[in-house]
Design a protein around this ligand. Structure first.
Ligand SMILES: Cc1cc2nc3c(=O)[nH]c(=O)nc-3n(C[C@H](O)[C@H](O)[C@H](O)COP(=O)(O)OP(=O)(O)OC[C@H]3O[C@@H](n4cnc5c(N)ncnc54)[C@H](O)[C@@H]3O)c2cc1C
Length: 454
């Protein structure tokens, strides 16, 4: 079977490549190969009763399938060059923003039209943060919410399914360079194409690394962000989340000069498990539908860690720390801030006395046995700094779930068209190490599609 374009991965990067290609040139023969399932069949078997923890499915329904890692996310669509990736370094700031806005418009046409966009422009919190040695990053954020995000994906799939050939549950095992293009090899068959777009996301990071080794595509080792997910009563942060929804606040620690930042804020949301390559970490999301709101807000506090020679395996470092929490707690650990400060573990009975009810069923434990001192010190310092702009943040009952790890893919060598050293082989989205967000990944998909169309 021969296609003009084969896209590997049906996350936001792959979806928006397919969307743009078929919209602008309906005659193109485009196929999408996806390791996971169709959107409607993506179901995590954990039901809290029969199956309480991860059973390591062949492909993780949370991370894989149509919609990619973002399918059950909070759908916070950040339009900014300040965070979410470094796409602008390749295609320029203006173009990157234009493409993010273009995708936002498409999301609006496909079900997101009644969602709200928040902005840091003109906010008083910028000054309040600065006065407390905290730094608020600039962004516009569209909050789709987990429910509307799903509707948008459903509508995009309806639009694409007759224009593109989808191969679900078909992980691509190997990619070969052939005379006039590429051979995509799956378990039972292989398929040829002239253009190939690799958009395999974070879940495809190991496979991407193998392909780069086989094809001698240069890679750079990247960073890893390690920290905790904080859960507090929604009232503590409501003055900020009501105005900005998501605020990315950065703090430089006095002790080590490390950068700690807030990440993925979910007002009235829930804390959830995340499975990356069999390791259970923590994440969070919230629903647009008010009936599904909780009384808590959650967000991550992450410390960025980069390594210098000779160590190269930053993801391996993050994995080892996450494994420690899995070893001690069978999954994610939870600890009250008051217990952490007093140097004692949280127990079931201490959790029962807590005024904050956890939204995730995690094992009470001691995060100081898991997180390196430097990282833990940074997180504690930031909690006290945030307490100045959101009093209550450093209360004893503030819940800390660990660990949250943001793995970054190796950054692959591509040019300004996101083309590798092989002609017509493009690497986009989180799998390229260049993007880490819905908006940047989607924009990279449109960018590459337009290059191919040219
Ligand atoms: C719980 C959660 C919440 C999040 N919330 C937000 C948020 O609110 N806002 C935000 O901006 N970002 C969020 N993110 C991050 C965001 O989802 C990602 O940045 C985005 O999905 C990246 O898109 P992508 O297309 O590059 O990769 P992905 O979405 O990861 O998609 C890659 C796809 O490729 C498939 N694949 C991998 N290898 C192969 C292979 N060999 N063969 C075939 N298919 C393969 C995978 O199955 C997957 O479906 C969240 C992530 C998670 C996990």
């Amino acid at each position: 079977m021969k296609y003009d374009v084969i896209i590997i991965g049906a996350g936001p990067g792959g979806i928006f490549s397919a969307f743009e290609l078929t919209k602008k040139n309906p005659d193109l023969k485009v196929a999408v190969f996806e390791a996971g399932n169709t959107l409607d069949k993506r179901k995590c078997p954990i039901d809290g009763e029969k199956i309480k923890s991860c059973i390591n499915c062949k492909t993780c329904s949370i991370m894989s399938g149509f919609g990619g890692a973002g399918a059950f996310s909070d759908g916070k669509y950040n339009i900014t060059n300040d965070f979410g990736g470094t796409l602008y370094e390749y295609i320029g700031k203006k173009r990157a923003l234009e493409l993010m806005k273009y995708v936002d418009d498409i999301n609006m046409k496909y079900g997101g039209e009644n969602t709200k966009i928040y902005s840091t422009t003109g906010t008083k919190f910028k000054k309040i943060c600065m006065q407390n040695d905290l730094h608020l990053l600039d962004a516009s954020v569209r909050h789709l919410g987990t429910d509307i995000n799903y509707v948008v994906l459903e509508n995009l799939y309806k639009e694409l399914k007759d224009k593109v050939t989808f191969y679900f549950n078909q992980p691509v095992l190997k990619l070969e360079v052939i005379e006039d293009g590429y051979k995509v090899i799956c378990e039972e068959d292989s398929y040829d194409c002239k253009y190939c777009i690799m958009s395999v996301g974070r879940v495809g990071s190991k496979w991407m690394e193998e392909v780069c080794q086989q094809l001698d595509i240069p890679t750079k080792s990247n960073r890893v962000d390690i920290g905790v997910r904080v859960e507090i009563p929604a009232e503590v942060f409501s003055h900020i989340t009501d105005e900005l929804y998501e605020s990315k606040i950065v703090y430089r620690t006095k002790k080590y000069g490390d950068m700690v930042r807030t990440f993925c804020m979910n007002p009235k949301g829930v804390v959830v498990n995340e499975n990356t390559n069999g390791i259970i970490t923590v994440n969070g999301h919230s629903y647009g539908d008010e009936s599904r709101h909780t009384s808590n807000t959650n967000f991550a506090l992450l410390v960025a860690k980069r390594f210098s020679e000779p160590f190269k395996d930053s993801n391996g470092y993050g994995e080892s720390i996450a494994r420690l929490s899995n070893m001690l707690g069978g999954g994610v650990l939870v600890q009250r801030f008051g217990d952490l400060i007093r140097g004692r573990r949280s127990t079931e009975s201490r959790m029962e006395q807590s005024f904050v009810t956890p939204t995730l069923n995690a094992t009470p434990g001691d995060l100081s046995l898991v997180l390196p001192k430097r990282i833990l010190d940074g997180i504690i310092e930031m909690i006290y700094a945030l307490d100045k702009i959101a009093p209550g943040m450093a209360n004893d009952d503030t819940l800390l779930y660990g660990v949250e790890v943001k793995f970054y893919n190796l950054e692959v060598g591509v040019d300004e068209n996101l083309q590798s050293k092989y002609k017509n082989l493009y690497i986009i989205g989180d799998g390229s190490g260049i993007t880490h967000s819905l908006s940047h990944a989607s924009a990279s998909g449109v960018h590459v599609a337009r290059k191919i169309l040219e």
